[in-house]
Design a protein around this ligand. Sequence first.
Ligand code: GLN
Length: 216
Amino acid sequence: MTKLRICHLYGNLLNTYGDNGNLLLLQYTAKQKGLDVTTQMVSLDQSFDPQSYDLVFFGGGQDYEQKVIAQQIHHIHDDLQNYIENDGVVLAICGGYQLLGHYYVNAKGEKIPGLGILDHYTVRQKNSRFTGDIEIYSDFFQRKLHGFENHNGVTYLGPKVNAFGKVIKGFGNNNEDQTEGVQYKNVFCSYLHGPLLVKNPWLAEALVDLALKKQK
Ligand code: GLN
């Protein structure tokens, strides 16, 4: 039986707005495809072995949890970078998305260093959030996605990454350039909660298929 090994990165700390529903749908989709699914959480003080996973899910969270994680996330930097550069599949939402970039300025104005594996950075808005239903179009998948966004962070992309989607309705990364999220190799980052995969189940299937393709 073909295996699908899922890693839930910092899943006990980053799991807001029903983001764990993304994990449930990945597990369900893989089972429907007849795969033998295993899920392992990697959290504080644990190592990330890039050879041990086919799909990584990195959810969203509050500033407090993000700060706790940022204080010691750098010890997994090289292994996670290795996984990503070797076309490992990652889905990162909101807080997880922000932590993969260069830095994140939280609502209090504190600059939290990120992993810097992806070329984006996030600043804050004062006393305001981007909240509401959002619709985007993904060039990579050539499909529309629906979700709900709720973030203080305002994200700008560097030249080494693509946007995950173009905003049709809503705020997206920064409410200025119509970009939403990041796509780099097989890494997909987004501000869409919902949870994203439950609202767009075809994406769960596409991610599992990409993970299987990578195994071959
Ligand atoms: N704390 C971050 C922000 O407000 C992330 C929020 C989230 O993950 N939903 O931008």
